[in-house]
Design a protein around this ligand. Structure first.
Ligand SMILES: O=P(O)(O)OC[C@H]1O[C@H](O)[C@H](O)[C@@H](O)[C@@H]1O
Length: 497
């Protein structure tokens, strides 16, 4: 009988001791999947801990739930629908695969038409969307599109007009396509930005601005009602959650920026990770092992945060992408049965870019009172063409930080200069950064979130927590809302009554 108490009772041996005790430790806790090396040996996972988590996974029927997800069962119980993002990359129920393939074919045809100048010469693509309808595409375009001379793509999410005006200043309205990305096609910020972009085109002499709009949505009827012609609506399935949607038509800005072949590679890389996740035993399964480490730190060591650091400029948006994926998925307080979950759920994901972060927040990681599991992400092949020393410095810094966090340094004479050490990190090292490895990497994170959710007994696929604030903002915008004295005063002071 294994449960959380067994996991909580595991010995807490120091990391350096774990290495000393087991010469095979590195081999046991590192693995290679889809061009990515995962090194979890500098976490406190042990064979014993993994066995305890495997037993918990059996109790929670992780294998059954994993197959239920891939098989199209309604694993998103609160919304009574399937979870279909893996079908976008070819892993799932036949019916979902067919639908995803049809939608991709439609998307590809539209991209071909744009390339063939069916909309006249297009140079600029203005994508408006927010949350899952922006973070994923933004990550892809920023990570992979730097050297592409194809379209100039801007992704605007913030309702703050400053964001949109920045783009208006540099885009030519008559050479711009407007892409409106919203699963629901009702999100206030996105619809406001879309309306303003239409206004900007109109004011600048574009005759039929709605004729230059492409909608990416799971609610085609809403898009048509708003004014988009059916032929330019690129649908995706309701079962694809917003934060899991970059594989669907929501990935349009990436597909147009990188070209279809690259987009297909992204999907293939993700499919390779899907197969690994589906078929590998848990003790050699990258998403499962990473989730076990996550749970070890939140449940046993009381860690409240975790911090991925991208030691690669091209991955600078990954931490913010992961914030939505992890916190919106697993930041929950009740189980799938609606009972209080009774234990910490998702840690707070924060992080940043190396080496910048070393000169700002690493002080706390080395000497602060919070234990923060760190994740280093790096790429062996450089993304730049400058002297090799740049990339060498970058990688060596990532690796040295992991070593220093673990090793620490005693200083009995001067406590302010002592480093406690025994601070955990994992390292994710990509051979190269391309569409295929990035696809595999993102899929790795998705499945890691899934394993965390199943072992905690929560539904990772709803996000009701975001609704209340939206409702209250809507009520306030209509001049209503029953606000507390502080909020009412703020509204008054800002002249918003
Ligand atoms: O794609 P949309 O329907 O416009 O939704 C955009 C975003 O808004 C919501 O508030 C959710 O929290 C996100 O999960 C979602 O990605």
């Amino acid at each position: 009988m294994t449960d959380w108490s067994t996991i909580k009772d595991l010995p807490t041996t120091r990391l350096e001791q774990l290495f000393a005790d087991d010469p095979e430790r590195l081999a046991k806790f590192s693995l290679d999947v889809a061009g990515i090396h995962f090194d979890l040996s500098k976490t406190h996972l042990t064979r014993e801990a993994v066995a305890a988590f495997e037993a918990l996974a059996r109790q929670m029927d992780l294998a059954g739930k994993r197959e239920a997800m891939f098989g199209g069962a309604h694993v998103n119980v609160t919304e009574d629908r399937p979870v279909e993002h893996t079908a976008e990359r070819g892993e799932g129920k036949a019916e979902s695969l067919k639908r995803a393939a049809d939608y991709h074919a439609r998307m590809r045809m539209l991209i071909d038409a744009i390339e063939a100048e069916a909309f006249g010469p297009v140079r600029h693509v203005l994508h408006v969307g927010i949350g899952g309808s922006a973070l994923g595409p933004n990550l892809l375009v920023d990570a992979l599109g730097r050297d592409s001379e194809r379209y100039d793509v801007a992704i605007v999410s913030n309702v703050d007009g400053v964001a949109l005006e920045d783009v208006f200043d540099r885009f030519d309205p008559s050479a711009t396509l407007l892409v409106v990305a919203s699963k629901t096609f009702t999100t206030t910020e996105t619809m406001m930005n879309a309306d303003s972009a239409i206004g900007w085109m109109q004011e600048n002499g574009v005759e039929d601005p709605y004729g230059r709009v492409i909608a990416l949505t799971a609610s085609p009827e809403q898009a048509i009602e708003w004014g988009v012609d059916e032929t330019r609506v690129l649908p995706f399935s309701e079962g694809v959650g917003g934060r899991y949607s970059l594989w669907s038509s929501i990935g349009f800005p990436a597909a147009i920026k990188l070209g279809w072949d690259q987009f297909a590679e992204l999907l293939e890389g993700a499919a390779e990770m899907d197969r690994h996740f589906r078929l590998s035993a848990l003790h050699e399964n990258a998403p499962a092992l990473a989730a076990f480490a996550d749970l070890y730190y939140t449940q046993v060591r009381g860690c409240e945060t975790r911090a991925p650091f991208a030691y690669d400029e091209r991955l600078r948006l990954l931490p913010s992408y992961l914030q939505q994926l992890e916190m919106e998925s697993n930041g929950k307080g009740v189980t799938v049965d609606g009972q209080p979950v009774g234990r910490p759920t998702a840690p707070i994901t924060w992080g940043g870019v190396g080496t910048d972060a070393q000169h700002a927040v690493f002080q706390l990681l080395h000497q602060g009172t919070h234990l923060v599991p760190v994740e280093f992400l790096a790429v062996i092949e450089a993304g730049d063409t400058l002297a090799e020393e740049h990339h060498r410095q970058l990688l060596l810094n990532a690796f040295a930080q992991g070593a220093a966090l673990m090793k620490g340094r005693a200083n009995p004479d001067d406590p302010a200069r002592a480093y406690p050490g025994d601070r955990p990190s994992s390292t994710i090292l990509l051979d190269v950064l391309d569409a295929r490895t990035l696809g595999a990497l993102i899929a790795f994170y998705e499945h890691r979130v899934f394993v965390n959710g199943v072992l905690l007994g929560i539904n990772s696929f709803d996000q009701f927590g975001v609704e209340l604030g939206k409702e209250m903002a809507k009520a306030a915008a209509k001049g209503g809302g029953d606000f507390d004295p502080s909020t009412a005063d703020l509204i008054r002071r800002a002249g918003l009554e």
